[in-house]
Design a protein. Structure first.
Length: 462
């Protein structure tokens, strides 16, 4: 029997090549032109789970893309770990900003990844991080080191809001029963500063539509005499923040969790360089809510951002027109205790209330999810902490993330178990952006660390 490190060094090239094959399939869930590829990816994931030795592997149909379910049950009296991940990826646009094609993975060295990183859409989010779990299971089964039962649930709609996951989970509660849920779909601070995400922000996503006159009008004949929906929409959006960058939606902050000074001080201990942050983004100043640091603004505070805005004439040259309609897509990142459906309703009521005469406003909710916090004194967290200590030789820092994984709150509600977010990516891995990549060191470190989580979790559970 080998320890994870020995096994990985022996099988390293194969582990990398298998991931590369998976990354070649363009599983873009948002674009129906890639439907076949997305289904094909589900099959590839299912096959990989069969190959490492799962007893049961199923491709479960949903009203959308299928969910891959697999398990290896060794003893019903032992604990069960449920691994969640996703096989779909974000659209790769804008394609011209990629240095190499998004679905033709290449390995390149970077300053942060001197051992090389795999560049491809999905390398980090989430094919690479999901596949670490498949390979960790391979190690545990091949070396008789699997100390408990394991289930996998890998979905294909995470990047489009996990539309059918709740549907699936609600129908399969017994099948999915577990003692802890393990997800690698987040990052850590740096390769020499491991961290575990303990909090996630929730999300409310809406689309707004402002309608003025019943048709596009000549801006000379009508300009100045009727409400211009684009002007009005811009004004309404601008009013959603005050001079201190507080959000003006009535009731928005009512349930926001207030952290104590001690907690904020502890957060402030995480290494952070404002200079580096600005340099990485080519900005001369940061911007945000008064009274909070950059780290706090992007983790423990809620936000409201326009994600897209359109209307009128945007083609070449000029067209003198007052558009009949203007639109925007708006996302609100929420913190624990803010209920996303309540926030969506508050936004809708507020936005309708500030609409001036001369236009009508329509607010359409898209999707959302609740925020989440993992207690750092739970067995799951402590087992993960010990696993990182074993392989990184450092205690990981608990970290609140600005991102959202709405399904984590759903799991807690439906499956009554806590989720541990063992992410091995870096912020600089460019997930959702051109040139997404995942460090080979990170990939292999993940495979090495995961089996220790199982070992310590089962030990502490006794
Ligand atoms: Zn993801």
């Amino acid at each position: 029997m080998q320890d994870p490190k020995e096994y990985i060094s022996q099988h390293k090239d194969r582990f990398i090549n298998e991931l590369i094959e998976l990354l070649k399939i363009p599983s873009i869930s948002a674009n129906s032109a890639f439907s076949e590829a997305t289904h094909q990816t589900a099959k590839a994931v299912a096959n990989s789970l069969k190959k490492v030795g799962c007893d049961v592997v199923e491709i479960c149909e949903t009203p959308g893309y299928p969910i891959v379910y697999a398990h290896k049950m060794i003893d019903p009296n032992l604990p069960t770990v449920l691994v969640y991940g996703h096989y779909d990826v974000q659209p790769p646009d804008p394609l011209n900003l990629w240095d190499s094609p998004p679905f033709e993975p290449v390995i390149k060295k970077t300053t942060l990844h001197p051992e090389g990183a795999i560049f491809a859409r999905g390398a980090c989010d989430d094919k690479g991080q999901m596949y670490m779990h498949v390979k960790a299971l391979e190690y545990m089964i091949a070396n008789q080191k699997l100390p408990c039962n394991v289930k996998f649930m890998i979905e294909g709609e995470e990047e489009i809001g996990s539309a059918n996951l709740a549907w699936y989970v609600a129908r399969n509660q017994d099948k999915l029963s577990n003692d802890v849920i393990l997800i690698s779909d987040t990052g850590m601070i740096a390769n020499d500063i491991p961290s575990i995400t303990t909090g996630l922000r929730g999300l409310s996503y809406v689309e707004v539509e402002v309608t003025g006159p019943n048709r596009d009008l000549h801006s000379g004949l009508y300009g100045g005499a009727v409400a211009n929906p684009i002007n009005i929409l811009s004004k309404m959006i601008a009013s959603l923040h005050d001079d201190n960058n507080h959000i003006t939606v009535k009731g928005f902050y009512d349930k926001v969790e207030k952290l104590t000074k001690a907690e904020r001080d502890k957060m402030g201990e995480a290494p952070f360089s404002l200079e580096y942050y600005k340099k990485a983004l080519d900005i001369d100043a940061v911007y945000g809510e008064k009274g909070y640091t950059t780290n706090e603004r992007s983790s423990i505070r809620p936000t409201l951002d326009v994600n897209g805005i359109w209307g009128g004439y945007t083609g070449e040259g000029a067209k003198t027109v007052i558009a009949s309609k203007a639109y925007a897509k708006i996302s609100m990142r929420l913190v624990p205790h803010q209920d996303w459906e309540e926030i969506t309703a508050l936004f809708k009521a507020h936005f309708e209330s500030i609409s001036p005469a001369g236009v009508t406003v329509k607010v359409t909710p898209h999707h959302g999810g609740q925020g989440y916090v993992t207690p750092i004194d739970s067995i799951g967290y402590r087992a993960a902490e010990k696993a990182y200590e074993k392989t990184f030789e450092k205690t990981p820092i608990p970290q609140r993330s600005g991102g959202s994984i709405p399904i984590v709150a759903l799991f807690e509600q439906e499956l009554k178990s806590k989720t541990i977010l063992m992410g091995f990516g870096l912020d600089s891995d460019a997930i959702h952006s051109p040139n997404e990549h995942f460090g080979i060191w990170n990939y292999l470190k993940g495979i090495e660390t995961i089996p220790y989580f199982y070992e310590y979790f089962v030990e502490m559970k006794k």
